[in-house]
Design a binder for this molecule. Structure first.
Ligand code: NAP
Length: 462
């Protein structure tokens, strides 16, 4: 066959997961112009783009514009998309090894972390992951019900996902109706009776995980005030010393201080951002959550020089008929792939999949959240994929690739044809895309999403 990566013998790469890390894997390979690569990208959904479609908030359309760059890669003749194909059920590692020299896993982190406090199983307590997927029209979550007739909602955690959830709960129908929020969420949120939204941070404003543009947005609602208790907005000397060179943290502190000083105008909703409080119990009645019991924290230096929250004796009860825990995402193990339960990631060394003893598994790689954990913004995946692709190229150069039984482009097609149910190709996804955009145009919205897999497939094949 000759050298791999030539016109006669292209490098065959399978990418599992079509989110940012998957697409940045393709674009990083494309920089190596002399190398001939054929990419097959698989996704368990009929639609590509992962969290750009199902995670990025509907009112953050600018962040979704990266799709244009992904689209460019997808139009290349050496790129194929196979949607509605799930690794682990429709295709296996054995299958992939039969047809590809290299396999890259970029399956993200679809699970969420627990709080680990009593009452988490009460009705009305959800992960932010579920709510985000619901309002973004993810087909697996489209039929979820959230009781928006409640007046008080608590969101635990002060990361950017908590910011997204808070915005969705505090914005008016008018503000949401110009976004691509799923139709079912738009109408449910229109009838929302929510009056008070509380965001709970277990440490202080200096340690908050949100970023300045996101905290700034919380002060710009059409019909919701924002406030922070004055004593909780204050930053202690130890925290200040730790962030004196951290521009983002200093900006965050300023926004929080401004919100603490702000006059509450009496708008329909009030968003209260709390600091130095940790939930210790979700309290219920008749199986439904009614309140969150929190304990006040103090910050104490930890071993690595940072500041950790330590509970005081002081507790408080915050009424809440709906609770969202937004304390981070977690990876999901993949069949036959070494997985580290502690970090919730595929075992890897800078993107090379490794066995528990550190030995590299030939031909297997990973990028994105399933490689490094759920951190960073979309662009972080570019450098993450770059690191992995560098290793893929290094291994190709030294001949450390999987030796597929049938590296032909038709071989993989046979694999797909064997699968039960429809497969959605990229041109077929474009049918869905066009239709969603048209539906959106008719309503003055960026797009109106399909949220049912069968309907998506129907439109894809039309
Ligand atoms: P995150 O940034 O890791 O924030 C998690 C938050 O949960 C932190 O405030 C953390 O506090 C808190 N927390 C963790 N365990 C807790 C517990 N047991 N009790 C109370 N609080 C707890 O996670 P995320 O918000 O899910 O975001 C994931 C990633 O996506 C981040 O990199 C984020 O920036 C990114 N993202 C970006 C955007 C955007 O750019 N607009 C939007 C959404 C998400 P501690 O710091 O004290 O641990």
């Amino acid at each position: 066959m000759g050298e791999i990566g030539t016109a006669k013998n292209p490098l065959r790469v399978a990418i599992i997961g079509s989110g940012p890390a998957g697409f940045y894997t393709v674009s990083n390979f494309l920089k190596k112009k002399e190398l001939v690569v054929e990419f097959d990208m698989y996704d368990r959904l009929p639609t590509p783009f992962g969290l750009v479609r199902a995670g990025v908030a509907p009112d953050h359309q600018k962040d979704k514009s990266v799709q244009k760059a992904y689209d460019k890669s997808a139009q290349l003749p050496n790129f194929r998309f196979f949607g509605n194909v799930e690794y682990g059920s429709d295709i296996s590692l054995k299958d992939l090894r039969k047809y590809y020299h290299q396999v890259m896993f970029s399956t993200g982190a679809p699970f969420d972390r627990d709080l680990g406090v009593p009452g988490e199983d009460l009705e009305g307590c959800f992960s932010a992951t579920e709510f985000v997927a619901w309002y973004n029209g993810h087909p697996d979550f489209a039929d979820r019900k959230f009781d928006l007739s409640q007046e008080n909602v608590v969101i635990v955690g002060v990361g950017n996902v908590a910011m997204d959830v808070a915005r969705m709960l505090c914005k008016t129908h008018h503000e949401l109706s110009v976004t691509d929020v799923a139709d079912h969420a738009l109408s449910a949120l229109k009838n929302s009776k929510i009056k008070n939204v509380y965001i709970l941070g277990r440490r202080g404003p200096a340690q908050a995980a949100f970023t300045p543009p996101e905290i700034k947005e919380l002060g710009e609602f059409e019909d919701a005030d924002v406030t922070v208790p004055v004593d909780e907005a204050k930053v202690d000397a130890a925290s200040l010393a730790l962030v004196e060179d951290d521009k983002n943290a200093l900006k965050n502190i300023n926004f929080i201080s401004e919100y603490a000083d702000r006059h509450i105008e009496g708008k329909s909703r009030l968003l209260t951002i709390r600091f130095l409080v940790s939930p210790i119990e979700l309290m219920g009645e008749d199986g439904k959550v009614k309140a969150v019991k929190v304990v006040k924290n103090k910050l104490v230096e930890n071993q690595d020089g940072g500041l950790k929250p330590v509970a005081s004796e002081e507790t408080e009860i915050i009424p809440a008929g709906l609770v969202f825990r937004s304390v981070g995402y977690k990876g999901k193990p993949l069949p036959d792939i070494p997985y580290d339960e502690n970090s919730g990631t595929i075992m890897n060394a800078s993107g090379r999949v490794v066995e528990p003893d550190g030995t590299a598994v030939t031909g297997l790689y990973t990028a994105g959240w399933i490689k490094r954990g759920p951190s960073g913004v979309i662009g972080t995946n570019k450098t993450c994929a770059q690191e992995t692709v560098a290793l893929m190229l290094e291994d190709l150069g030294s001949g450390k690739v999987n030796v597929p039984e049938d590296p032909s482009i038709r071989g993989a097609e046979a694999l797909i044809n064997e699968k039960e149910g429809a497969v959605v190709t990229y041109p077929e996804w474009q049918n869905i895309d066009r239709s969603e955009l048209q539906r959106g145009e008719a309503e003055g919205r960026p797009r109106v999403k399909y949220t049912d897999i069968n309907e998506m497939i129907g439109v894809a094949k039309s």
